[in-house]
Design a protein around this ligand. Structure first.
Ligand SMILES: [Zn+2]
Length: 424
């Protein structure tokens, strides 16, 4: 096998698979309580199951919840621990995923990209300066009325292309690979029914954006509800007697730090985010999410809310305030810091593939973060896709090809670097 053969093979495989997968509408649905949340995700799951079987993988399973599992046995002589590669089947419900038409813009010249099905929609380097890295290359977008679904079908296509390369080119060394495609990541339930016993001892999700990105941190996330119970009396006779829960809630909300909000923060800054407000004289509720990379900073925010609660309760005897706090997810750095080898390997693999690695802290949560706390340390690697969840979503073919090459190098390093099982 020559590098040129492999590179041409990956190019064809990843492109063909990507275009096939994005045509299947797999938008998930927040309101649905079933798993998967939409039956169309099963259509892609079934297709992948058949393709994995065709490639000759073992233990290929599509379970009742819509999770696809498969195993590729290790190359001969490789004894390292199994490694998991994961991606999600669903696309964001934020934009339509109905009848996605992938459009190839060949030899991109660095200007504006227009969309056949919506003349008012334009993708420009102003939206995405990264476009300029790919002058002369092929850019893929949707046709204007839908998202593209590179999030996360690029990840699926890349994993599938790599599996297919391992089957075809037997001299590419790899550990035992445990593959898992999950439903409903976009509605926060991607790991709800996952069977971690089927996975390896470490893994990578392939669900990031820009080429070179490796996500090693995410937010620590709390949800807070503040409930106010007031005293209601006819407004004509209310003097010194009424306590209007709605009024108090509004003053409470206004007492929070004005600039510690999502619209005023970036980088590593945390925030309070008001996600719901409702009420009347009797009862009012404020809903917040608190986000920070540092869990202590979030705890200080909770302390501040508790102090406010005391102050407000003293001001209006008879007023009742209840504050409840739920932890939603934790910063995966807590776990990944104990496994620096996983991050170092991914970075080495990128350098070997000619990609500059960039560690990133995600201002959100990831399935990988949840997996980290389920016993499977899982950093997140780039797919090459950009402007996720929008009709301007795009991906460059060379970025997908690089993602495949990184995965191949990563598998070789994982297989070679750890002849002994990784200590956990
Ligand atoms: Zn995603």
């Amino acid at each position: 096998m020559t590098d040129r053969n492999l590179s041409g093979f990956l190019h064809r495989e990843v492109l063909e698979r990507f275009c096939r997968y994005v045509r299947i509408n797999t938008a998930s649905c927040e309101k649905s309580t079933s798993s998967p949340s939409t039956p169309a995700q099963l259509e892609l799951a079934r297709l992948l199951k058949a393709e994995l079987q065709e490639l000759g993988l073992t233990a290929v399973t599509l379970d009742e919840f819509g999770y696809v599992y498969a195993t590729l046995p290790a190359s001969p002589g490789i004894t390292s621990e199994p490694l998991s590669l994961l991606a999600h089947l669903d696309t964001s419900p934020a934009e339509s995923g109905e009848n996605v038409q992938p459009v190839l813009h060949e030899k991109y010249q660095g200007g504006l990209i227009s969309f056949a099905d919506d003349p008012n929609l334009i993708l420009s380097p102003e939206d995405s300066p990264e476009l300029l890295f790919f002058k002369g290359e092929t850019i893929i977008t949707a046709s204007g009325t839908t998202l593209l679904g590179a999030d996360n079908k690029a990840g699926i296509a890349e994993i599938m292309a790599v599996l297919s390369a391992f089957v075809r080119f037997r001299d590419l060394m790899h550990p035992e690979l445990r593959i898992c495609f999950t439903p409903d990541e976009e509605v926060g339930r991607g790991t709800g029914h996952i069977d971690v016993r089927r996975l390896g001892t470490s893994g990578y999700t392939v669900d990031g954006g820009m080429i070179g990105e490796i996500d090693v941190e995410c937010f620590h996330a709390l949800q807070v509800e503040v409930e106010f119970s007031g005293i209601n009396i006819h407004p004509g006779y209310a003097k010194n007697r009424m306590i209007n829960a709605g009024q108090v809630a509004a003053r409470f909300a206004a007492a929070l730090p004005r600039f510690e909000t999502p619209e005023n923060t970036e980088g590593r800054e945390g925030f309070y985010h008001l996600t719901g407000i409702e009420g009347n004289e009797c009862r009012a509720i404020l809903k917040y999410i608190l986000r920070d990379f540092d869990d202590n900073a979030n705890r200080k925010r909770v302390e501040f809310l508790e102090q406010l609660k005391e102050t407000f309760a003293q001001r209006d005897p008879g007023l009742k305030i209840e504050l409840s706090v739920t932890e939603q997810y934790r910063n995966m750095a807590e776990v990944l810091n104990l496994h620096p080898d996983l991050i170092a390997l991914a970075e080495q693999a990128m350098i070997l593939a000619g990609v500059v690695p960039v560690r990133k802290a995600v201002r959100g949560g990831t399935d990988g973060a949840r997996l980290c706390f389920m016993g499977l340390p899982t950093p997140n690697l780039f797919t090459g896709g950009m402007l996720f969840h929008s009709r301007k979503e795009w991906i460059a073919i060379p970025a997908m090809q690089k993602a495949c090459e990184v995965l191949i190098k990563l598998c070789a390093l994982y297989a070679g670097k750890y002849p002994e099982p990784i200590k956990r």
